[in-house]
Ligand binder design. Structure first.
Ligand SMILES: [Zn+2]
Length: 310
């Protein structure tokens, strides 16, 4: 039996069929329409199921991961800071189109489950996942079980307040972790830090259009040795470290898995250092590891949740 997983991100939507061992059979990537999240999910699944003609069997169930506060088990998007869902009842929309059982889960929560079953957290029953991309998502496995909270909205680690006077966040608050350490935050920090006179590889990467600088460019520049880009990632990493420190105080995790496209080495190293420093001698810091399934953690986790729902 195979199941399908979909992971909708800010720029692209990944859909894949996955077997019972977590192996991806077929995959498709389609651009996300930021004004029409539900249609983007349906388009990605349609592309997958027609591209999957070579597969001897069709998926038996579908798991969808959304970057949103989504009710569980109803699968209704209640709030999504970075993307519009024109039909917020995502579970019913997918069910109507494909006539299969559907589960809808927060994307980072699904990624945590993927890492628990097949990735970096295989041996841990108490760990947290934090995904860094356009925004910052979170997931928690506590006592070996996926933790969803009362309504399904748990683990929104990106919207913990780090600095109440900090920059505005897409959720309407100020100084959230997402506004200080996400890919979008890193891009903004770079745009603000660059002066006409400063020499940085970022200027070349942006071909002179400084407004186009984003988090991915900063990561690339840092990897090529650019000093300003590294400083910015380290600053964002210190904010992330404050977040990880607070999470450790709240949950006492054995492990924190960092995933998403923005899980940059400079950022994560600075975060781990800041967290460990703040924890001091009083308690042992949790291990910090990069997601093993990389950007596939979400689809693999979604497909597994769909399988478990049958
Ligand atoms: Zn926020």
């Amino acid at each position: 039996m195979i199941t399908a997983g979909v992971d909708i991100g800010g720029t692209k939507t990944l859909a894949a069929t996955v077997d019972g061992t977590g192996r991806i059979m077929h995959r498709t990537t389609t651009p996300t329409d930021p004004k029409a999240g539900t249609s983007s999910i349906l388009a990605a699944l349609t592309g997958l199921i027609s591209a999957g003609k070579a597969t001897p069997e069709l998926p038996s169930a579908i798991g969808v991961g959304v970057a949103a506060w989504v009710t569980y088990p109803e699968g209704v998007v209640a709030f999504a800071p970075n993307l519009d869902y024109e039909d917020e009842n995502v579970r019913d929309a997918v069910k109507r189109r494909f006539g299969l059982p559907v589960v809808v889960e927060n994307d980072a929560t699904a990624a945590a489950w993927g890492e628990k079953l097949y990735g970096a957290a295989k041996d841990s029953d108490d760990f947290l996942m934090i995904t860094i991309g356009t925004g910052i998502g979170g997931g928690a496995v506590l006592g070996g079980k996926l933790y969803r909270g009362h309504q399904g909205f748990a683990s929104e680690f990106g919207h913990m307040t780090i600095d109440s006077n900090g920059p505005a966040c897409a959720c309407g608050q100020r100084g959230c972790l997402e506004a200080l350490a996400s890919g979008s935050a890193v891009g903004r920090m770079a745009r603000e830090a660059l002066e006409p006179s400063s020499s940085s590889l970022l200027k070349d990467l942006a071909s002179g259009d400084l407004h186009s600088i984003d988090g991915a460019m900063v990561t690339r520049a840092a990897a090529s040795g650019d000093g300003l880009a590294r400083e910015i990632l380290e600053e964002a990493g210190r904010f992330l470290g404050i977040g990880l420190f607070s999470l450790t105080q709240a949950f006492d995790p054995e492990l924190i898995v960092v995933g998403g496209g923005g899980g940059d080495r400079f950022l994560v190293d600075a975060a781990e250092k800041a967290m460990t420093y703040k924890l001091g001698q009083k308690r042992r810091a949790p291990r910090v590891e990069l997601a093993k399934l990389g950007n596939d953690a979400g689809v693999i986790g979604c497909a597994a949740l769909a399988r478990e729902s049958l």
